[in-house]
Design a protein around this ligand. Structure first.
Ligand SMILES: Cc1ncc(COP(=O)(O)O)c(C=O)c1O
Length: 407
């Protein structure tokens, strides 16, 4: 594997297994994928090390080391690795003590896992609209959605830019609600100088292969309320107090609460450790690409052709995603079709949950969701991964070709 022979200590530009063939687009042109999982070079050595250490189940050497790094990258004192962000959100929903009929306020403009975690507890997601500038949950809409059944707010940090957490914390405090960050996309991002993960009571992160730091599937829950840490450990370990046992604090472990198997094995955390160890470099590289895209489309925003990402001056992003907002759904779909013909994959985001079949069945909307409907019809994401290299120029050129012709 090309990456494992990199002895320079530098990030590898790309991941090529010998014999790997990049897919071609319909006209035979080389495809620029939306995401290509990239390696830093130490993953395989770490996996061999995990095997040498003789523990492949969870909570061994690499898990402990990863937890330590996640604490540092999130400004928190307690991080628990999980097998996905979905799992971390499900743990948060259990920690929120949700009961049937309880309500959790969240944006409709999010991934299904934010809502599913709540529905699995028998509770009801209550969808509110997003801010048209930041695309994050609108705190005023969240405040207006509070009912006697509300137990929590799940705030998503869209595209890696944190939601307005101070305004949401005010709502949460006024009504005694748990404030959870869905920080799947936001590792390393900041709000008023504070790191994502340290902004609410709990936060869920993703290490899915499309995220900045990857292990194929993977995630973490960070816990800011010390009183919730012991129960979080138990929930993650199938409802047992095995974590106490592993630390020698009890001489046998037993079933003490509800829980499930939310922890990853050591092969995954060994891989993840290699990536987490280079998190700052990976983020810096992604931010460079984000800036490159911002510059490349500045004139088209100035002329009113499109809109680039916007964020509050309180926030610092992590280069997770670059998106464009086009005029309407026809313009957006034609743009996606144009890029596909040239071999570039640029997906939209998201089908709003309030209009999905499960959203209609399990959730309810509060107030007007017109910003969500409008944004989801116009948004398109461009390829952004740390091995993108010179292909970014190709993507920009293809994008501008469409945008200038169809202006
Ligand atoms: C906002 C948000 N929440 C949750 C998830 C789920 O993450 P995972 O695939 O690690 O379960 C994602 C994944 O894309 C996401 O974007």
């Amino acid at each position: 594997m090309a990456s494992s022979v990199d002895t320079t200590g530098k990030l590898c530009l790309d991941w090529r297994v010998p014999g790997h063939v990049e897919r071609s687009g319909p006209s035979g042109v080389r495809t620029v994928p939306f995401n290509r999982p990239s390696l830093v070079g130490d993953e395989i050595d770490n996996i061999l090390e995990a095997i040498r250490r003789g523990q492949l189940s969870g909570d061994g050497h690499f898990t402990r080391e990863c937890n330590r790094i996640v604490c540092r990258l999130t400004g928190t004192k307690a991080a628990l690795l999980t097998h996905s962000c979905t799992a971390a959100l499900e743990m948060a929903a259990i920690l929120a003590d949700l009961e049937a009929g309880d309500e959790v306020i969240m944006p409709s403009f999010t991934f299904v896992s934010t809502a599913n975690a709540v529905v699995l507890r028998g509770a009801v997601p209550v969808f509110v609209d997003i801010d048209p500038e930041t695309l994050n949950i609108d705190p005023a809409a969240a405040a207006a959605a509070v009912s006697p059944r509300t137990r929590a707010i799940f705030a998503v940090h869209y595209a890696g830019f944190p939601a307005d957490m101070d305004a949401l914390a005010e709502v949460a405090q006024a009504h005694d609600l748990l404030l959870v960050e869905d920080a799947a996309q936001a590792l390393g991002s900041r709000y008023k100088g504070r790191l994502a993960g340290s902004l609410g009571d709990l936060a869920a992160f993703s290490f899915h292969e499309t995220k900045n730091i990857i292990s194929g599937e993977g995630g973490a829950l960070t816990v800011n309320r010390p009183d919730l840490v012991p129960r979080a450990e138990i929930i993650r370990e199938k409802g047992t107090n095995r974590s106490l046992f592993l630390r020698g604090q009890v001489d046998k472990y037993t079933w003490v609460d509800v829980g499930s198997s939310f922890l990853p094995g050591e092969l995954i955390t060994a891989f993840l450790h290699a990536q987490l160890s280079r998190a700052e470099e990976i983020t810096a590289r992604r931010l460079g690409m984000f800036d490159r895209y911002m510059d490349a489309f500045a004139d088209l925003e100035a002329s009113g052709r499109l809109r680039r990402p916007r964020w509050s001056p309180d926030c610092e992003g992590n280069g997770h995603m670059f998106y464009l907002l086009l005029r309407d759904i026809d313009d957006r779909d034609a743009f996606i079709g144009h890029l596909r013909k040239q071999g570039t994959i640029a997906p939209f985001h998201y089908v709003p949950l309030h209009s999905s079949p499960a959203g209609v069945r399990f959730a309810r909307a509060s107030g007007d969701l017109s910003v969500t409907d409008d944004i989801s019809a116009r948004l398109v994401r461009l390829p952004l991964f740390f091995g993108l290299g010179g292909e970014i120029d190709h993507v920009i050129q293809q994008a501008r070709q469409y945008l200038e012709q169809a202006s």
